[in-house]
Every structure is written in C-alpha cells, then in structure tokens.
Ligand binder design. Sequence first.
Ligand code: SAH
Length: 380
Amino acid sequence: MQRRHPWVFESSIDRGRADLGETVRVEAADGQFLCWAAYSPESQIRARAWSFDEAERIDAAFFERRIARALAMRRRLPIASDALRLVHGEADGLPGLVVDRYGDTLVVQFASAGAERWKAPLAELLLNATGLSRLYERSDASSRGLEGLPAVTGWLSGDGPTEIVIREHQWRLSLDVAVGHKTGYYLDQRDNRKAFADAVRQYGCQEVLNCFSYTGGFSVAALAGGASQVISVDSSAPALARATAHVALNGFDPAHHQALDADVNQTLRSFIAEGRQFDAIVLDPPKFAPTAAHAERAARAYKDINRLGLMLLKPGGLLFTFSCSGGIPPDLFHKIVAGAGMDAQADGYILARVGATPDHPQTIYFPEGEYLKGLLILKA
Ligand code: SAH
C-alpha cells in the first residue's frame, strides 16, 4: 500500500467490513492513512485502491478526473487504429474498469465491485468525455464471479448493430462487440501484428502458420507482408469464419488462405508427422496461467507448443511466440522458450521482445499489469 500497489488482500486485513463496492478508508495498524478503496466482500482482493491522497473525495468529480487523465494519455499515443483501449483498469487508477473504443462505440467491462457500484455515473461520464452515444456493456469476464457479481451484457446507451468494422494499420477488421472475445477483439496485439507484417516482408516468408488465430489478425498481417500461403488454426468456428471474411475484406486472394478448425496441439503434431515446414509461425495461445499458482503446468504447455513450433520452422524462419498469462513473468517465458529450443535442437536469435500496445499501459507500481509478452525469434 505504501508502495502505491492498488490491491489489499483479504489475508492482510485485521478488521473492518463494508458493503459491495462501498468506499472504505484503509489504514495501517498504527492508524496511518493508506488509501481510499472499493470494498469487495467476497474477493480475495478485498479492496482496490481508488486514491492514495487522503484529501481526495471519491465522487463523480473524482471519476471525471481519472477518465480525463486516461483519455489525455491516449491522445498522445501513436495509435494506428480507430479502435483502442481508453481505460485499462488499475493502470489508469480505475481498478476493474475496462473501456475499449471501436469506432463510434464504447464497450465497457465493470469487473470489480467498486466499478459496478459506480456503473451509472461512470457510463455517463464516459459518454460525455468521448462525445459518443453508443455504449455496450460486456461485464461477462470470469473474474466477475470472484467479485460475487453476475454476468451482464447489453446496451447501456444507444442501440443498433453490434457488428463493427474497424481500421487497424492499413487493414480493416470486423468484430461483434456482443459476442467477440474480451470486448470483441485483441487490441493489445495491434502493434505486434504490424511488426509481424514487416518481418514477413523483411525475411521473405511465404508459408505462414498462424496458431490460435482467433479472427485472423496475424493472418491478414502475413498476407499484407507478402506471404503466399497462410494457415489460420483455431478451435472456434465463428472466429475462423471471420478470419476467412477478413482475407476478402482486405482484398487478398482467398486461395492464399486456409482456415483450419482444429486443436493447435494436434495440428502441430500432424504437420510434423507429414514433414511440413513453414517460413513463419505465430503462437498466441489463450491464458494458460491466469495466476502464478498455475505457472508450473502452464510452463509445460508453453514449452510443448514452442518446441513443436520450432521443429516446424525452416532454418531462417520466424517464430513469433506469446504468453498473455499474468502468472508467467517475462524472464520465465524466455527460459521456457529456451527449454523448447533445446528439445527441438534449434538455435534462435531474438529479434525483438514485445509487449501489449501502449493503450494497455503498465505502471511503475503494478507489476501484475505486465501480462502480455512476446519474442520474435529468427531460427538459425
Ligand atoms: N492471435 C489472436 C488472439 C488469440 S486468442 C489475435 O491476434 O486476435 C486465443 C485463441 O485461441 C482463441 O481464438 C481461442 O478460440 C483459441 N484456442 C484456445 N485453445 C485452443 C486450442 N487448443 N486449439 C486451437 N485454438 C485454441
């Protein structure tokens, strides 16, 4: 707390209680003020700090200031898209609040008891601050359950189609804010898709395998980079249908893309059995380790797909490998990939270490905020 970390764990609280989302004053054992926080009676994270300033009142004006600060920061960022994250929870001093903008539509997640308590004023402030009129609620992340909150989705303001087409770099992508993953799309990979397009072009990659493709963001990037044969693998049929649509939407020849509705693990193994080889492979799996408690099992799963990926790469090929697990820190991820390289008997140069786009900022006080990390590797 004194280090401005925004979480107070249940185990560190001696006494005191409050209602769901109520603002509480958090004090040290000697009575010294620590922060104003939102109380969450059921969560292990029993309180989330709103402010470390004793003089600050937690009211609508407070939230207006925080939202203004978050929006001002985004205006200064170089974001090559009309879709971006405007508020990133703890990093923006608004624990549990996630706000994404897709063109003219805001999509909001109220993921904590505190954010839930302030839902109505927050919605109004967000509409005022952005000048938009469409706001869709996607409070259906699994973390809501930990806070004792039910899943809720639907329009909070405005209405109409939930299908939206956004621009990302020089390509266009469609998504449905009502049913897409997260709030509709993985905005945190925006710049890594561009980096991939550039690398595919730079290294002349022709045959590309995009594993855990979702709606094919990295596949479109590969085609934009000049790849002649791209395979998107995912276990979600609707996501793959969109990937196929995205190839056409961006003017690429459908013959250059194949959508494979399959399990990535099995696909990698059968490609190895068939003697297939690729010039570039993307591995962007779902969160194998949501928390550090899952790290060991997750490490084995990461190592396995990376080993298979490295085996399937031609010498001189590119591996763009990611982990979005908060429970796997960057140095551990690096070690896992090194272990995979040893098993695959492959050498690799690290061309780049990457993270989430800057509209998903990290702050100096909240190491848990560093969830997405990636390595761009050139196989020797
Ligand atoms: N790279 C994507 C995001 C990937 S999210 C992008 O840039 O947008 C992870 C994806 O993995 C999800 O689409 C999910 O459907 C898929 N997935 C999860 N487990 C899988 C498995 N075992 N085999 C294939 N796909 C899987």
